[in-house]
Design a protein around this ligand. Sequence first.
Ligand code: GDP
Length: 193
Amino acid sequence: MKAISCQFVGSFYKLEQIPQDKRPQIAFAGRSNVGKSSLLNKLTGQKKLAKVSNTPGKTRALNFFIVNDKFYFVDLPGYGYAKVSKQEKDSWNKMMENYLDKSDNLIGLFLLLDCRREVNQDDLEMIKWLHHKQLPGIAVVTKTDKLTRDKINRKLKELKTIYDIPAIPFSVVDGTGKNELLSAVFNLLEEKN
Ligand code: GDP
């Protein structure tokens, strides 16, 4: 497996502020508390890269990380956090939509889904948007250490057959999926070249 060296670039609250160079961007999206920070830390082998916090919805920004000096990981704001004002929610949804619509350098998106939860409206919108834009999208079913293998397999199958999206199981606890996810990242980059 290729090594990953990753540095935090910055948190951006406005689209005009994000890095403008042509390096490809790979985004990570999902509901608050789905395990996105934990996954990014695990993937990059840096324990505190993305701050793991138990406060859902802590990320309001587009967080950029540069990987191997060649491409970006973009940590999108966790959606679906109930305890913020509608105004705040609207403004960060808008920024995220803007980013997803306008970023020419976005080459793929990993959509994180908690294995114990059903796909909800926000998740579904993201899946529809991926299909609409024909952007490569891969579901990452997180926290798989919490369910039996049978149930996980059912979930993966459901995502493929009902939602037409490939899925990778992932757990930071037992290390499931790390290599598969990294391979998927490098496949996206190769497809782009
Ligand atoms: P974020 O809000 O999406 O960034 O989610 P976090 O990475 O902060 O994780 C939310 C909670 O889920 C934390 O309590 C994590 O310890 C826990 N968590 C994350 N990944 C896993 C996992 O693979 N297995 C288990 N059992 N818990 C996890």
